[in-house]
Design a protein around this ligand. Structure first.
Ligand code: PGA
Ligand code: ZN
Length: 418
């Protein structure tokens, strides 16, 4: 039967090796339904990956081999072979059934056999093909609407450090949050104006004006906090004192092995305990209009997260990224333990659209805020913008308002709320 319960059968699935924003290979999947509807989807890729997230599959081979071992031909072959034949043979209908089959076919908890970078693009391509078949927008097909005037507020990473930049800054992300934006387009404008002003501030000081992986500037600075002063200067210079707040992503899992309770900031070489980091963040939140601290502590520091949430949770968002890895069970366990009060949602940490959706539902159930996010290695795929709208996300994190892989998401938001 080509159409069952209004859902057409999957007719074809295939993948190609493409490039991401770092020039690394990535997977793009294409899918066609029996009514001719088509969809595609890309796999993004993280640099500061969490220990518990779904894993991507790379060809390997090391230096001197194709793409230095970072090729994804095996992941593409998995889509073209095993995944395509299973989907065509088993004939699942609907997102949940398709994603369940993909997970069962892989058979591992981390998706390492087929690779999350093979599975997620197929899952996204299916979501898009279904939207095309229903003749509606992707966010509508995912269950969302644009009514009510609310929109996901951008968190724009305008100064990059950590694993995303070759500077001496340990904090990975300094974000501008245009909280006063009256619409998605207005919020993007505020962010872009501050970003432009920040370029001017850096230039006048003779600081480096090149950008990091997520499009934010990446100067070397005397202290990490100087980034916040420079951004505040740009906020004033652009006249957005009343529209803009700040957020940081420490990506602190990168600073600790988790075993000795010590955080060693790799670039500056200084060491902190969890308690000292909590005091450090408290000080920053007192001095700057910071509304959100992401991954302030490591993914295995449960006690520290609880203490940080007790100390700061009533005044700022404490976002779990590596801590939760877009996993409903980890979010539920974190909520029971009193860790964090917001969840970062990255589809490729989970590996399918359905598991991503389940993580959003769990975050909502626990009363946590939802921040939908890109990865530091990303493509022009704007799926997360539709996901953020469908999920009724509070925020969307897609890097600086610059570089096409970052602006693709913000531009799609503008298009959705036009
Ligand atoms: P990643 O960084 O994509 O390199 O993991 C993004 C983040 O930590 O939020
Ligand atoms: Zn993060």
């Amino acid at each position: 039967m080509l159409i069952k319960n209004g859902i057409p059968k999957i007719e074809a699935v295939f993948a190609a090796e493409i490039l991401d924003s770092r020039g690394d290979p990535s997977v793009r999947a294409f899918l066609r339904l029996a009514d001719g509807s088509v969809g595609c989807g890309d796999a993004p890729s993280g640099a500061s990956t969490g220990k518990y997230e779904a894993v991507e599959r790379r060809d390997g081979g090391g230096d001197g081999s194709r793409y230095g071992g970072r090729g994804v031909l095996d992941a593409c072959a998995a889509v073209n072979g095993e995944i395509a034949s299973a989907l065509l043979r088993a004939d699942p209908r609907g997102q949940r059934a398709v994603d369940k089959l993909l997970c069962e076919l892989d058979g591992t908890s981390s998706k390492y056999r087929l690779g999350a970078n093979a599975i997620l693009p197929v899952s996204i391509a299916y979501a898009r093909a279904c939207a095309a078949s229903r003749r509606c927008e992707l966010y509508e097909s995912l269950g969302g609407s644009v009514s009510g005037g609310r929109f996901p507020i951008p968190m724009m990473n305008i100064l990059n450090g950590g694993r995303h930049a070759a500077n001496n800054v340990d904090i990975q992300e300094f974000m501008l949050v245009p909280v006063g934006g009256e619409s998605a387009a207005d919020a993007v404008r505020i962010g872009a104006e501050v970003y432009r002003a920040l370029g001017g501030v850096l230039h006048r000081r003779g600081l480096f004006c090149g950008v990091g992986d997520e499009g934010g500037y990446s100067p070397s600075l005397a202290r990490d906090e100087d980034a916040l002063d420079l951004i505040m200067e740009a906020v004033s210079a652009s006249g957005h004192e009343n529209d803009a707040a700040l957020a940081v992503d420490a990506a602190a899992s990168e600073w600790t092995s988790g075993s000795d309770g010590v955080y060693r900031l790799p670039k500056r070489g200084v060491e902190y305990t969890s308690e000292e980091l909590i005091l450090y963040y408290r000080g920053l939140c007192e001095r700057y209009p910071i509304v959100s601290v992401e991954d302030g502590l490591g993914e295995d520091d449960g006690g520290g997260w609880r203490a940080m949430t007790e100390a700061l949770g009533d005044r700022v968002m404490l976002v779990g990224d590596d801590l939760f890895v877009t996993n409903a069970q980890r979010i539920a366990a974190g909520a029971r333990a009193g860790a964090a009060n917001a969840v970062l949602i990255k589809p490729n940490q989970a590996g399918t659209v359905t598991e991503t959706w389940d993580a959003v539902s769990e975050a909502r159930r626990t009363g946590y805020k939802v921040v939908v996010s890109h990865r530091s290695g990303d493509t022009e795929d704007s799926f997360i913008a539709d996901l953020a709208v469908a999920a009724g996300a509070d925020f969307i994190k897609s890097g600086a308002p610059c570089r096409a892989e970052r602006t693709a998401k913000y531009n799609r938001l503008i298009e959705i709320y036009r």
